[in-house]
Design a protein around this ligand. Sequence first.
Ligand SMILES: [Zn+2]
Length: 272
Amino acid sequence: MIEHLDRRAFLGLTSTAVLGGLCGACSNGSHPPQPHSGNSHSSKPHWSYSGDTGPDHWASLSNAYKVCATGADQSPINIASSEIKGTSSRVTLVYRPVSATSVDNGHTLQVNVDSGCTAIVDDTRYELRQFHYHTPSDHTIDGKHRTVEWHFVHESVDKNLAVVAVLVNLGTQNTAFAEILSHPPDKNGDRLRLTSPVDVAAMMPSDLSALRYQGSLSTPPCTEGVKWIVLRSAVEMSSDQVAVVQHVLNNNDRPVQPLNGRSLQRAAVTVE
Ligand SMILES: [Zn+2]
């Protein structure tokens, strides 16, 4: 069961006031704490990636975050090649360029997209709501982090989530992310409407082999029941582009969580 308020916060569909309540108390190395936006009654406690409010303490910050410690299907995980089973399923991404708004929410740079992109997973349609990054990657592959990981968060009509993860290696400039990363929001809480539609399909790697597993949000409230589709082939971003996301917030990865007997299954992904 997924709590709707927490889900809205995760999806970035909140009003400015709620966004301020969620993230106004958040701080990091490059951004000073911002005052609450008239939302001091917010029940969302501050969480972060280090110190007393870091991942080891998320569950103790709020009853709403308990599953961060008690859950058995948590994300991210280490993806061990030896653990991937032969079962294959089909995932179809129906993506077209969509208008979008980028937001610095204090935990990551998040791009909220207008409707128009869907993922079809197990015959269920999920609509792309937003995408955001973690650096280094949340998931590890055979014990190794990638430089960045983008999460494309999709939601079904019955409020279930499917997240497509795209890993990034350091390399050449990635033109699909060029506008987003050339004009990032200045500071925590800032929102910026992008002048051109975002071409989400162009953000996917050409090799779409993937694996699937059942996991959770990798940030509080760590809600479970999330279908993860991790694309195994990485895309590239230039050192300048990586520096942009690291300036927004660096080291926003959660440590990998125990697999607890979950299966990793191959998936055949197509983009239409
Ligand atoms: Zn994420």
